[in-house]
Design a protein around this ligand. Structure first.
Ligand code: 5GP
Ligand code: MN
Length: 335
């Protein structure tokens, strides 16, 4: 007997019931994957395996090298377009809107949308949206528990990987007791935090170290040293023997300086567009800046892409960041 879901039922229960009633799933997440998109996706995949479901995983882009050795990575197909007619549901994790996937053809009648970004456009048949989650994987963890799937080593690894990376290695301001409670359970399931941190953060190539030097050497400080501006183009990458996959995490380097409250990282693309990533400390809200340019993210980590030349778009972006820093510093917690 099938039950009609009650609209007022908590979304996690609607997600649980929808998964129980269906057999064939397509799982996806956002373009240019990060630890939370990969971790959420694969934790969910292993949980669906445990329930005997059919699972297909697709992403628009390959994940950076330091994620490649994790369990199940070889199952993710890299596609520009997908045909969803053979599945009963599409589970989209970690995407504020469907375009964030970068995959065409996902407009299936039964999309389960699981996300923690502010401003999710509620594009699913079921929308489970929790802005208080430090990582989307906190929600995936709860879903897996609700489905009564045991926390296997593979699932625990991906949940921890997602939380470790999406909290900026436990630096961001959205960490709660729940975050540590979930991490505790993953460690009990066999995750080794020291090994995870080494694997994710200490796996740089020597070319990447060179790139760090080049980037920091050309760093510009504005707003009395509170805002660091980094700039990168393909020429710098080539000169250091690097690819775009080597750029993850570089943006965080300036935040290790006490005075620096925010960082903006400009990547000039050959298509006459500028990819902008931002990071901040405490209550400096870079998401607001990203929103002003059609992007998104979180208070301490956000991004967007703008058309045009760097010199044309840069002044407005810097001005908005200076305002965000001034506003954020008013409410800065004591160290
Ligand atoms: P990153 O700077 O690492 O690319 O992204 C930082 C955060 O901002 C991530 O959580 C990501 O979800 C969000 N973000 C980055 N770029 C975009 C974008 O173009 N659109 C939206 N909506 N979010 C973005
Ligand atoms: Mn996330």
């Amino acid at each position: 007997m099938t039950q009609t879901p009650v609209a007022s039922e908590p979304p996690i229960l609607r997600v649980r019931d929808a998964i129980r009633r269906r057999q064939r799933f397509l799982l996806t997440s956002h373009a240019r994957p990060d630890g939370d998109s990969i971790g959420s996706q694969l934790a969910m995949a292993f949980a669906l395996d445990a329930l005997g479901k059919d699972v297909r995983l697709v992403n628009a882009d390959r994940a950076p090298d330091h994620y490649q050795g994790f369990p199940g990575m070889d199952r993710i197909e890299i596609v520009a377009r997908v045909d969803t007619s053979a599945v009963d549901a599409v589970i989209v994790m970690e995407c504020g809107d469907l375009e964030r996937t970068g995959v065409a053809g996902l407009d299936h009648p039964f999309i389960i949308n699981i996300d923690h970004h502010v401003g999710n456009s509620l594009y699913g048949a079921i929308n489970w949206h929790d802005e208080t989650a430090a990582a989307c994987a906190e929600m995936v963890f709860d879903a897996i528990r609700a489905l009564d799937v045991p926390l296997s080593f593979e699932i625990a690894t991906h949940i921890y990987l997602a939380i470790l990376t999406d909290t900026g290695a436990f630096h961001h301001s959205n960490i709660t007791p729940r975050t540590f409670d979930i991490c505790r359970q993953t460690v009990e399931a066999g995750v080794n935090p020291a090994a995870m941190a080494r694997r994710v953060f200490d796996s740089n190539s020597s070319g990447k170290l060179k790139l760090m030097g080049t980037l920091l050497g050309s760093m510009v400080l504005v707003d009395d040293g509170r805002l660091a501006v980094l700039h990168m183009d393909d020429g710098m990458l080539e000169a250091c023997g690097c690819t775009h996959n080597d750029t993850e995490g570089l943006i965080n380097l300036p935040l290790t300086a006490r005075e620096i409250q925010a960082v903006v990282f400009f990547k000039v693309t050959p298509e006459n567009a500028v990819r902008v990533s931002m990071r901040s400390k405490y209550d400096v809200d870079v998401r607001k800046v990203a929103n002003a340019f059609g992007g998104g993210g979180h208070k301490n980590a956000a991004g967007f892409t703008v058309e045009g030349r760097l010199e044309d778009v840069r002044p407005d972006i810097l001005q908005r960041l200076v305002v965000a820093i001034a506003e954020g510093l008013h409410t800065r917690p004591l160290p």
